[in-house]
Design a protein around this ligand. Sequence first.
Ligand code: HEM
Length: 156
Amino acid sequence: MFPLPRRLNFSDATNFEGSGRNEIEFHNTGLYNLIGPPSYPPPNVGIYEYTRLAEDVGKFKTPTLRNIDVTAPYMHDGSVKSLNEVLDHHSPGGRTLTGLAYQGAGSRNAKKDPLIRGFKISSQERSDLIAFLESLTDEGFCFMTRDSPIRGEARS
Ligand code: HEM
């Protein structure tokens, strides 16, 4: 196997030289780690729902960050209420739930993507990152209607 070039961007598409098309990647971010399979609560089990391959449990497409400040709640099941909570999930490399429902340490999910390693972040860096995420709001897009002109087209 030759080393494959990897590119991670907001649309999370990977472009292999010569393939002529983008591959969409899916990741298990360690949002859950239920005891016993599947480690994510059904019916939201990621692309495992379609492939039935054990390694696909909890794998979801990375959502766009465009307008992320105005699209709460977050994650495939809306179980994360705020951008701060998203960072609480991503920074330790997975979410730990301690209540009766769904308890488990997501960071120890056996199917977690190796790219989700966690990171240390100061409170200043956290506010800077959230300010950056907030800056991705595109008000023109938010208030676009069926009759809005397409950019570059003259209004009639
Ligand atoms: C500092 C770095 C990162 C930030 C600020 C960030 C931010 C976010 C946000 C705001 C969401 C919620 C999106 C929504 O629900 O609409 C999200 C979800 C997600 N992120 Fe990240 N992310 C980071 C790193 C990563 C990395 C490195 C990966 C992949 C290896 C990743 C994969 C995902 C996936 C797959 C989801 C959806 C998970 C689900 O629905 O269960 N993220 N991220």
